[in-house]
Design a protein around this ligand. Structure first.
Ligand code: GLY
Length: 365
């Protein structure tokens, strides 16, 4: 049941986390909801000082809408803008943000609002996890990738020189406001990047989503986002801290992260995940775990949504980098392996078996 009366989301997904207050949060999804952000946030947090964190691209597009809506309800808004791009997930940017929060005399009864894509959400989430040992935060994702994945589930982090997301915390948002109208300003390649994560959900375990993706999705993005968020909700509720079923969300990511790193991050996350999904699926076909037509379906969907399916690196290069993957535990690594469309499973293998998977997944014949 929605908390929101005058704002009208087309759907509200509730993430229930019964073990600790506030026991979960809502994810209202609907076109134009950014204009009602103040009212929606006031339903979960009384008006206070709110630091609106955004980047220099999103600020120009959407920060005024959100600020006006917050001010109308009585929030006192302070804006903090970081440069767009992964480089802002750094210790330097984090500490500037924390200093700004302190300078504004923010307390634990104040609020951080992250308006932007995955970088802003991860940075803002982590700042709110550690500032005064934790203050509440709200996510307003503006990219497809952030709407369907990064803004939901409480993973927050910054990067180290040694790798991405190596310092972080689980810190759940109080609310995630998802306004698909924000997708209209995304460059085509950034939209495609998000579609890689959408296709991932279909391949993990969602036949309905898979069928929907075979049609034209541009007119039904609210429904596509809702299906993905429902899938993520189920995994987060089962395994909030990523020690079991939530790891299914890593489909294509072990090899994908290696591809990103080998390319010195010139290959985007979505493109790398697309290539990673093809490699692990082709390996599964070669090993007799999955039918060849599953691989053809995956490749066809990726091509339809403008994503690459071929990887420019060798098995040796990818394996060397994949060894430092966070999903490795001692001598084993847990891979997500498609057994069919909408049927991916966790398979734990000795680390040195990973090279065999990559080698099989790269070879076309
Ligand atoms: N992005 C994967 C997860 O939230 O677990």
């Amino acid at each position: 049941m929605s908390h929101f009366e005058s704002a009208t989301p087309s759907s509200v997904v509730r993430v229930s986390l019964p073990s600790k207050p506030p026991f979960g949060y809502d994810i209202p999804i609907g076109r134009g909801l950014r204009h009602c952000a103040g009212e929606m946030i006031a339903a979960v947090h009384k008006p206070c000082r709110a630091l609106l964190l955004t980047d220099d691209t999103v600020e120009v597009l959407y920060a005024d809408d959100v600020t006006a809506s917050l001010a109308k309800i009585g929030f006192s808004v302070v804006r903090h803008v970081v440069p767009h791009g992964e480089a802002s997930k750094s210790a330097g940017t984090l500490f500037s943000l924390l200093e700004a929060m302190a300078k504004e005399h923010m307390t634990r009864s104040d609020l951080l609002i992250a308006l932007g894509g995955g970088v802003v959400g991860d940075l803002g989430g982590f700042a709110s996890a550690v500032y005064q040992r934790g203050i509440p935060f709200v996510q307003i994702p503006t990219t497809l990738l952030a709407m369907v994945d990064a803004s939901v589930g409480g993973k927050t982090a910054i990067d180290l020189e040694a790798g991405k997301n190596l310092v972080g915390a689980f810190h759940q948002p109080s609310l995630v406001i998802c306004d698909p109208d924000c997708l209209s300003t995304l460059p085509a390649n950034v939209f495609s990047d998000g579609m890689a994560e959408v296709i991932k959900y279909a391949f993990i375990n969602d036949k309905v989503l898979f069928e929907a993706l075979l049609r034209e999705v541009h007119d039904c993005m609210e429904e596509i986002i809702r299906l993905c968020v429902e899938d993520k909700r189920a995994l987060v509720e089962t395994d909030e801290t990523d020690v079991g079923a939530r790891q299914l969300l890593n489909l294509g990511h072990t090899v994908g992260h290696a591809i990103e790193a080998c390319s010195d991050f010139t290959i985007s996350h979505g493109s790398a995940v697309a290539e990673g999904m093809v490699i692990i699926t082709r390996a599964a076909v070669k090993m007799g775990i999955c039918e060849a037509k599953t691989l053809s379906s995956l490749v066809a969907l990726l091509v339809k949504y403008g994503l690459p399916t071929e990887c420019p690196f060798t098995a040796e290069q990818l394996y060397a980098v994949a060894l430092s993957d966070k999903k490795r535990a001692g001598g084993t690594i847990t891979l997500v392996v498609p057994f069919g469309v909408a049927d991916s499973r966790l398979v734990t293998v000795p680390v040195d078996a990973l090279e065999g998977y990559i080698r099989a997944g790269l070879a076309e014949d």
